[in-house]
Design a protein around this ligand. Sequence first.
Ligand code: ADP
Ligand code: MG
Length: 465
Amino acid sequence: MVAEQLPLQLGWEIETGSPPLKEKWEQVQTLLRETVRRSSYEAFLRNLRPAFWEEGCLVISAPSNIVRQFVEKNYLGPLQTAVNEVFGQEVKIQVIVQPLLEKEGKKPSPPRVSEAAQILPGSLPLNPRYTFETFVVGKSNRLAHAGALAVATSTGTSYNPLFIYGGVGLGKTHLLQAIAHASLRAFPDRRVMYLSGESFTIQYVTALQQRKMEEFRRRCRCADLLLIDDIQFIANKESTEEEFFHTFNTLYETGKQIVLASDRPPKDLLISSPRLRSRFEAGLLADVAPPDLEMRIAILKEKARQENVELPEEVVEYVASLVASNIRVLEGALIKLLAYASISGCLITRSVVDQVLGPYFRAPQENEVTPARVLECVSRKTCVSVEQMKGKRRDRSIVLARQIAMYLLREFTPQSLPEIGALFGGRDHSAVIHSCSKIRERMRKEPEVRQLVEELIQEIRGHTE
Ligand code: ADP
Ligand code: MG
């Protein structure tokens, strides 16, 4: 999307006061009022402002991140049409977040000069939201986070390279950009280059075509910190890979820090050079895994805090239990909910969640994980009957089956703690919490328990995905 690709650092003078832009924007608003539904216009488009104009690109500010994301997702089409029509040309649009400051008569503070100066030309822009402060740390990303922090804050090279890998929407890009932000803040003189595998490839090919290889090489090789996102993209493209290998070596050998992110570990990358692969493996390899329930809850709370909204605990837990695998999807769900609440003026309750997110998160799961299904799987695997699990007997094998069932219900179904307790003959919610932590502890200490639980998870997942 255009929005993510333009250098935010170009300039920050708010020119809303200059007549031409202001007048044009009024015309854009008039067109939009005619083309979009009134409620949507009022909720999302009315508070957009033109921030500045720069070489065929109109930067528009949105008062909050929710509005920005909603506009980008749903109204970029009408907005683009209206802007093109008013400006009489094909205009690139970028939406940024900026609270409505002009009302309070404040000027936004420009970005630190050093930050703008030390991001090297050719870098992709950094998303101001992707910082360590907004990154939630949990079991599934602890190592990657620690490595990232070390790289960002130490003067020499800590782990070189730092190689972060994992599935989509799990925070790799966020971490890479957090390193860039923190590094620029801590060491204003550090020259930072942030690229994706794709942009590296494009710049390389363009440089070849335009016979500007020397310039391209100089640009990449003068970085003190080189961050490349989605490095898997250079794999299987032989000459790009080779060029990258040389860039890597030059930086590596002169003690510059390199950070790479990939959707898979180095051993699974389709790279032709074994030497490059072993260099990738020589530093710190850190994966990011899907977040567990507890972390999903923490992430939702953090996002709600960023948006200045308070959500009932029950709602947070419920949403976290609906979306399991991908943090981007989790964020999307929250945005949808908040947008709905802001249009309708409703309080967000569990039934509002069902109504708003239901079509997205429940319908496709034909073989949804139901409590009955979890109990049935556990029973089959442990040879403890469902009645015994629900009953009071405390034989070791029955207790284990009961606790595993509670743990799996907590992790894989949207049931709340009291609901799970109720399923087991009216036990208290604290008994469920105790069971879950007991199982986590036993999984850490007893390989056979871990294996049993993992097999059950496979079985439950296999049935749902
Ligand atoms: P990836 O690059 O791994 O596909 P992203 O870094 O783009 O994933 O993350 C997807 C979205 O989820 C982003 O909006 C990001 O801010 C958010 N996100 C991912 N991990 C975390 C986290 N640990 N804490 C807070 N937000 C996160
Ligand atoms: Mg990414």
